[in-house]
Design a protein around this ligand. Structure first.
Ligand code: SAH
Length: 215
């Protein structure tokens, strides 16, 4: 079977992103540049552009394209930004963000997925993302501070360490709430005050590790 992934990608952008409320031209351009089919497991290759999350093994998922786009748009990335991502998964979110900022540190708890993300990013020719294997609940002190932070797993409450590792004028975009329903939230840090904006309801796989869900 031959599949025209470029066409599928354009259609995904048109229908699922621009056809909804994704307006940032740079975000749209990033989605057109990154081959999502490189970030899914073989079994789902032909579903890469579906309007849904997909399993990537180990009970984890690559997020739905729209969610990746919305979170990226909310980050409001600038070309000199250093971004911390917690939850590398497939590496796709990092790949999209890599087109819009200077450098990304992405931390992943599951060693096999850290390798999966690394390999996928390499296949996509992306060289401004460093994937680190570890517990992102503590942030990544050795490379802090960060201009922006994105958490791609659900947290009950954002760990304080992450606010401490965030530059002034920075933000954290995160699905926050109990295990089975969260809200997409943007925290803005300005002169050491934290401002909270709530967007819509969403469901993410839970953050694990020391600061994560235990059940
Ligand atoms: N951003 C990913 C989707 C991530 S799914 C993508 O674009 O594909 C959430 C990921 O967070 C999973 O891979 C999971 O293993 C990871 N995770 C869960 N708890 C974590 C923790 N404490 N530290 C780092 N990663 C964690």
């Amino acid at each position: 079977m031959t599949v025209d992934f470029i066409k599928l990608r354009q259609k995904m952008v048109e229908m699922q992103l621009a056809g909804r409320d994704i307006r940032d031209e740079n975000v749209i351009e990033a989605f057109l540049q990154v081959p999502r089919e490189l970030f899914v497991i073989e079994k789902y290759r032909y579903n890469a552009y579906d309007d849904s999350p997909l399993p990537i093994g180990y009970g984890q998922t690559i997020s739905q394209p729209y969610i990746v786009a919305k979170m990226t748009e909310l980050l409001n990335l600038c070309k000199n930004d250093i971004l911390l991502e917690i939850g590398s998964g497939s590496g796709y979110q990092a790949a999209i963000a890599s087109k819009l900022c200077k450098f990304i540190y992405s931390i992943e708890l599951i060693p096999e997925l850290a390798k999966f993300a690394k390999d996928n990013l390499k296949k996509a020719g992306i060289d401004n993302v460093k994937v680190v294997c570890g517990d992102g609940g503590f942030g990544l002190k050795e490379f802090a501070p960060f201009d922006k932070i994105i958490i791609t797993a659900a947290v009950e409450k954002v760990p304080l360490e992450l606010f401490n590792q965030l530059n002034d004028d920075g933000c954290i975009v995160v699905p926050e709430g109990p295990m089975h329903t969260q809200q997409l939230v943007k925290y803005k840090k300005l002169k050491n005050k934290i401002d909270k904006e709530i967007y819509f309801n969403c469901i993410f796989v839970p953050l694990r590790g020391d600061k994560g869900f235990k059940e």
